[in-house]
Design a protein around this ligand. Structure first.
Ligand code: COA
Length: 191
């Protein structure tokens, strides 16, 4: 499987790629935005990381529980994007992303990767709502998600850290909400 964006291509990450993903998440230009000081927590060991990202993210054995993809720019592996466990109740899911090197950040590649995964989730996995939580000290991530179609829903504070919650609805969900809103308006006018 290959998911083509305008500037990047996403390919499913295999088990062999998990250690590189770990290195990116813990020892790259992207690492401070994944773990550590900003979040007031520890950088995980590989054993702990494997717990957070079990085999099914990499072998496709349980696509409802999560899947990781390598982001390619040409032949080069520049980062990863994943979705987590799909919430069956409302067909929603959360995403994570990193572009490992500064060399490839701020070039629209992250935005393109997010749009490409959204397209797949909405059209092939019947997802209706994608959600992310971004630390307020990461305005670049907020901007990239916004450019990919996410809107800020609310902010909250946990252990002194301000989190921005954003979501993106599938085109079908947006149509349903539009139709419901217009029916409600019409009913109101007919009272
Ligand atoms: C977040 C990330 C995936 C975004 O991907 P990217 O390719 O770097 O981002 P893009 O170039 O698509 O978009 C970034 C936008 O933020 C803007 N930006 C950069 N720094 C900014 C800042 N400090 N404040 C506000 N906006 C900023 C850029 O100018 C750009 O907007 P523009 O296209 O309108 O100029 C990538 O930077 C990354 O991996 N960061 C480290 C890991 C991370 O933060 N992961 C997300 C955790 S939720």
């Amino acid at each position: 499987m290959e998911l083509r964006g305008e500037k990047i291509v996403l390919r499913p990450m295999t088990l062999k790629g998990r250690y590189q993903f770990y290195r990116w998440a813990t020892k790259s230009d992207a690492a401070p935005y994944w773990y550590g000081e900003l979040y007031g927590d520890d950088v995980p060991s590989y054993v702990v990381f494997k717990h957070e990202f079990p085999d099914y993210y990499f072998d496709g054995s349980s696509i409802q529980k999560g899947r990781a993809f390598v982001i390619y720019k040409g032949d080069e592996k520049i980062g990863q994007i994943n979705y987590n466990e799909i919430e069956e109740r409302d067909h929603s899911v959360e995403l994570d992303i990193l572009i490992a090197s500064q060399k490839y950040q701020n070039k629209g590649l992250g935005t393109d990767a997010i749009k490409t995964l959204l397209n797949y989730l909405f059209n092939k996995m019947a997802i209706r709502r994608c959600r992310i939580e971004v630390i307020s000290k990461n305005p670049r991530a907020e901007k990239a998600f916004q450019k990919a179609g996410f809107a800020k829903i609310y902010t909250y504070i946990r252990k002194g850290i301000v989190w921005v919650v954003m979501e993106c609805l599938s085109p079908t969900s947006k149509e349903v909400i539009k139709a419901e809103t217009s029916t409600k308006k019409n009913n109101f006018h007919n009272l």
